[in-house]
Design a protein around this ligand. Sequence first.
Ligand SMILES: Cc1cc2nc3c(=O)[nH]c(=O)nc-3n(C[C@H](O)[C@H](O)[C@H](O)COP(=O)(O)O)c2cc1C
Ligand code: SF4
Length: 466
Amino acid sequence: MGVNSYLAHAPGYVDNEGPKIVTGRFVHEDSHTLARSLATGGYDGLKRALEQSPTSIHDIVRDATLLGRGGAGFPAGVKWGFCPPGVWPRYLVVNGDESEPGTYKDRLLMQRDPHQLIEGSLIACYALGLSQCFLYVRGEMALAQERIAIALNEAYDAGLVGTNILGTDLSVDIVLHWGAGAYIVGEETALIESLEGNRGMPRLKPPFFPAAIGLYGKPTIVNNVETLANLPWIINNGAAAYKAFGSETSPGTRMFAVSGHVKRPGVYEVEHGTTTFRELLYGDNYCQGIRAGHELKMFIPGGGSAPWFFPEQLDLPLEARPVGAAGSMLGSGAIVVMDETTDAVKACLRVVRFFARESCGKCTPCREGTSWEETILQRIHDGLGRPGDIDMLLDIADNISPGPYPTAADEANGLDAVPFPPKQTTICPLGPSSVAPITSAIRRFRHEFEAKITARELIPVEATGP
Ligand SMILES: Cc1cc2nc3c(=O)[nH]c(=O)nc-3n(C[C@H](O)[C@H](O)[C@H](O)COP(=O)(O)O)c2cc1C
Ligand code: SF4
């Protein structure tokens, strides 16, 4: 299936009941146009921002505790404060590369409300005192690119982007940059390399983070699409109104993309931090439960990189801290649900294959290790596994993301030895991302791996290769 065909069939937005901070305009067919945006309060947040000082806007965003939605959940207002004073020019880079397995919420924000993203980016530029913004959109997202391009042209023509915006001293240019379709370019330093015209490979950090030394060696704030899309509402309504939704440490709402074996998959805007996985996956207002006649086996709570969860974690709230304490992450806001018909080895292989193919190859443990992981999982899946394969998988995992990992004896004793957050011997977290499905699947479903390996004994040795 071609990429565009896949995107056309991917689940879309579900208009559930609840507060709408970033998806409010999605109910309109023409939500992507400037006319609809202006008719529904579009650019009012920018106008309000321009009536206040940049420092006041930064303070509002800091007070709102707007957590980054790209994966790490770092507060935007705090990150903005890391730009070293007096160093110019500085840049805003909007991360629209969204390629994490299961994640498709930024795509909807870019397709359905590009003006909200442009407005949010302008508010950030104003608060940061900068005049150049780059909007980096994943290569395969043709419709998102097209709509953003049209929206930018509309906004330039209307004096909302460019020189002396709305007749003020604010001048900001926004450049739309189309990626070439690499997952690793979602990592912020690889994205910066790509923008500079180099191969999209991550830079070592620490010591330098983009806020200090980023694009063209200058201070650069990289923010996720959804993070910036929150800004118009926050400036229009204030930090206190934002914090009235969600929990104390995870305020506001958050978009979650749910896929897999639920009755109603799709993207939902839900209250952050207070809604539980059970409510989201089983609630009438949301996914309405597992497909008829089936039971939940496992779910990935935060995109392909996240360690797997099981039915006993359903009552955790959608909040970073408790999810982290339970050994996983909310990551990119993507939940992949698998019922009891799912082959754990095959599911694990499918996710690991993605990371093996998307490894940029810059560092050895990831470049070599991820393809070894794929090879071993493939042969186990094909019924050609060898007796030492589970140990070898865990050994490779340990070399990419040092454990300790659970042995069969640990499991028998009920020990849970998978460390979280993961350590890494690699330059960036992609290597450890390939380890998460392996340790999750072996920890819980070792018997499924063993059953496939035992089946090999029934196959003549000459048919199994070396
Ligand atoms: C392998 C990898 C892929 C990533 N992909 C994305 C992505 O597609 N979109 C995104 O916003 N952040 C992605 N991130 C996180 C970014 O590096 C960065 O933290 C984020 O864009 C910062 O925005 P935020 O603070 O608003 O969340 C990725 C990180 C890694 C390690
Ligand atoms: S961990 Fe993988 S993707 Fe990241 S820099 Fe190393 S080789 Fe590239």
